[in-house]
Design a protein around this ligand. Structure first.
Ligand code: UGA
Length: 434
């Protein structure tokens, strides 16, 4: 199939490269000339394990190319995929400005019989809006398809190549079948729905996963008060096939470009039809509070006086294997620490540049290594579960710190790991050790 992918953000780039890997001819389009020249020169503007190599392989095979000429790309396409950003407006609603602009430009070049699919996460009714916008500008017959994306940052290639399911929302059975054919090499779990159900299903899935996380975080908070261990509680719950073990990892809450944005957007979508989504409002509220669990622990340890203390922070990205810091819990935790006069020494294997541009430099020493960050610290807070941290030599770590205090915001370490050290160890929803 000849495919044009509009938008080389996370979703567009990963999908485009993976469609090329399946043997299709793919052109990825972006307005940003810097992104396009990076891609044309063999680079990747995001951090995603394996993506650069996969792009190079498919460019070399002649199946994949990058351009900023949208109309030239669309003119040759059988399938045009819109994967532009839908950032949140201050109200929490998704901003559809990029979607609208893409639709209008696509219309100028759309060949007769093409399929236009929206992969961006969009409010219910957006595919119809895109269809009507294109129709207002062209007489060429085309079909609209909603093609929601379920990939995760950090494991995006695997999630795309081995999806749990592919959802195709469409008004045209024929168009849905063509798009289904494209995905058949990936899975036989292909579900064809109407446009609105596909759009809502994406938000509902993210809302459910966010709910699981907030639920286990609240259970963790109760565990701390009653002396239970949330990892054991979660494990026992997860054996029940109706619950499942995934997304029951207690911690400092979810971040990233999806859950925070999509939960708020779904609350707005419900609000527009005068439905108060109470459960989801609580999920968001619990998540906002959960990051302060780390601060509360520090306050307890230091008798409420954090000013003048040196605190090391390990992990700045919202989760491991990504340099994405959007809505990372580390942002608010570090902001609070700096505001109350803590000297922060921070380290992340890849996300420091992005974090610095989001956070600024005030009150923070940016370090090149985990041990360097911990040097002289009164306490260490682990905020992202990078593999590098799990493998740390804790005796060596203790030897460089001023005081052996470790707050593990992601429950990375086990009791055995701490044996032979003097660490005072706090984690989330598990008994503290000292
Ligand atoms: C999420 C969904 O998992 C994808 O299916 C979806 O396609 C994507 O959003 C999207 O809408 O584009 P992503 O945000 O990349 O993917 O990352 P996740 O692995 O889902 O993690 C989200 C956050 O939840 C992270 O901050 C992570 O630390 C946190 N989390 C996850 C927990 O705190 N506990 C868990 O058990 C799992």
């Amino acid at each position: 199939m000849n495919i044009a992918v509009i938008g080389t953000g996370y979703v567009g780039l990963v999908s485009g490269i993976c469609y090329a890997e399946l043997g299709n001819t793919v052109i990825c389009v972006d307005k940003d000339p810097f992104k396009i020249s990076t891609l044309q020169n063999g680079g990747i503007p995001i951090y995603e394990p394996g993506l650069e190599e996969l792009s190079a392989k498919n460019v070399a095979a002649g199946r994949l190319s990058y351009t900023s000429d949208l109309q030239a790309a669309v003119r040759e396409a059988e399938l045009v995929i819109i994967a532009v950003g839908t950032p949140p407006l201050p109200s929490g609603e998704a901003d559809l400005a990029y979607i609208d602009a893409a639709a209008l430009e696509i219309a100028e070049a759309l060949p007769a019989g093409a399929i236009v699919a929206v992969k961006s996460t969009v409010p219910v009714g957006t595919n119809e809006r895109v269809r009507d916008l294109i129709r207002s500008r062209t007489d060429a017959p085309f079909s609209s398809v909603s093609l929601p994306e379920f990939l995760r940052e950090g494991s995006a290639i695997r999630d795309t190549m081995e999806p749990d399911r592919v959802v195709i929302g469409s008004e045209s059975r024929e168009a849905a079948e063509k798009v289904a054919e494209l995905h058949r090499p990936l899975t036989d779990k292909i579900m064809i729905t109407d446009l609105r159900s596909a759009e809502l299903l994406k938000y509902a899935s993210n809302a459910f996963l966010a709910t699981k996380i907030s639920l286990i975080n609240e259970i963790a908070n109760i565990c701390e008060k009653v002396g239970a261990d949330v990892t054991q509680v979660a494990e026992g719950m997860g054996f029940d096939r109706r619950i499942g073990p995934a997304f029951l990892q207690a911690g400092i809450g979810y971040g990233g470009s999806c859950f925070p944005k999509d939960t708020r957007a779904l609350i707005q979508i419900a609000g527009h039809v005068e439905y108060d989504f109470k459960l989801l409002r609580s999920v968001v509220e619990v998540n906002r509070e959960q990051r302060f669990n780390v601060i509360r622990k520090l306050e307890t340890i230091f008798g409420g006086e954090l000013r003048g203390k040196t605190v090391a922070v390990w992990g700045l990205s919202f989760k491991p294997n990504t340099d994405d810091v959007r809505e990372s819990p580390a942002l608010e935790i570090m902001r609070h620490l700096v505001d109350v006069g803590v000297h922060v020494r921070a380290y992340d294997p890849v996300a420091t540049p992005n974090f610095r541009s989001a956070f600024g430099d005030k009150g923070v020493v940016w370090c090149e290594g985990a041990l360097e960050a911990a040097a002289g610290a009164d306490a260490l807070c682990l905020l992202t579960e990078w593999e590098e941290f799990a493998g740390a030599d804790l005796r060596q770590l203790q030897s460089v710190m001023s005081r052996p205090i470790l707050i593990d915001g992601r429950n990375v370490f086990r009791e055995e790991d701490l044996a032979g050290t003097a660490f005072i160890y706090y984690s989330i929803g598990r008994p503290s050790l000292n």
